[in-house]
Design a protein around this ligand. Structure first.
Ligand code: PLP
Length: 293
């Protein structure tokens, strides 16, 4: 299997009805095109973890995630590419039928261990980590979602492929905030990083630097929650732009972008770069035919 092909990334210029007359430019960084499975930002989050792994004598990689996790599938796929043993600690009891995400992770050779939701919530507890490290001695542990400083360092590289100085606003979805932090470290003080929370409970933003803006108005009820409005938007957006989105992150992001433009959040002449961070595999959890792509 080939490593992700960064030459597949494109920057698509799109025209929305909402931008007409506002002299705005709207570009989309298509990280979803990197690889059919490890799409988007999760590859960049893994990069420095993989380097640390190979610089030391670890036996394998152990990481955490839910049944539909983009991180789990990216880690499983990356480990199979590099012939690394991988273990996924999965939130919740083992279901009768594995989700497509977990089936594929297994096909990539990842061993799956299921943990009750209660025990899983202790995933950063050293006792629990030690327990797993006894089961899997000398494994390298990557935190859930690939978060942490190594993840941020990788995320700081996602904008290497664009001419960053062209833009006044960079927009992205916020899950753990690792991508947001990583990008903050590389933009200039005259640029604004605009984050759209996809989780509930961030009415009080945890990012308040001068060139950071966030909104928590577009979580649609919380993480991985969706509604007919969102699904209809994603179908409509695809018909208008040819860009597929996922319902957990990028669907909410593009919904927010259109609404914010409509509400004149960005001044005339703004140049927006929206980061399509991928995650399309997660759409398989929706009932079939809901999405037209
Ligand atoms: C994980 C993920 C995000 C969120 O990234 P964080 O660094 O956790 O904020 C956004 N989009 C997609 C597609 C993701 O898989």
């Amino acid at each position: 299997m080939l490593p992700p092909d960064f030459s597949k990334i494109t920057v698509d210029k799109i025209q929305l009805q909402q931008t007409i007359g506002k002299e705005m430019e709207l570009h989309v960084l298509r990280l979803d095109k990197i690889h059919p499975v490890i799409s988007g930002n999760k590859w960049f989050k893994l990069k420095y973890h993989l380097e640390k792994f190979s610089a030391n004598n670890y036996k394998g990689i152990l990481t955490f995630g839910g049944a539909w996790s983009n991180h789990i599938i990216a880690a499983a796929c990356a480990c199979s590419m590099y012939n690394i043993k991988s273990v996924g600690i999965i939130r919740g009891e083992k279901p009768k039928n594995l989700s497509p995400t977990l089936q594929l992770a297994e096909e990539y050779g990842m061993q799956l261990d299921f943990l009750s939701r209660e025990a899983y919530s202790q995933k950063s507890n050293p006792d629990l980590l030690n327990y797993f490290l006894q089961l899997y001695p000398n494994f390298y542990v990557i935190p859930e979602g690939g978060s942490g400083l190594d993840g941020e360092k990788g995320m700081a590289e996602i904008l290497k492929v664009v001419d960053l100085k062209l833009y006044t606003y960079i927009l992205c979805a916020i899950g753990t905030g690792t991508m947001f932090r990583g990008i903050t470290s590389i933009i200039s003080p005259t640029q604004t990083l605009f984050g759209v929370y996809v989780l509930k409970g961030f009415e009080q933003s945890n990012f308040a630097e001068a060139n950071q803006m966030t909104t928590s108005d577009y979580h649609f009820g919380g993480y991985a929650k969706q509604s007919l409005t969102l699904i209809n938007f994603m179908n409509d957006f695809y018909e208008r732009t040819g860009i597929p989105t996922d319902f957990v992150y990028t669907g909410k992001l593009f919904f927010a972008v259109e609404d914010l433009i409509k509400k004149n959040t960005f001044q005339k002449g703004s140049k927006l770069l929206v980061i399509h961070s991928g995650g399309l595999q997660g759409n398989a959890s929706l009932t079939p035919n809901k999405l037209h792509f």
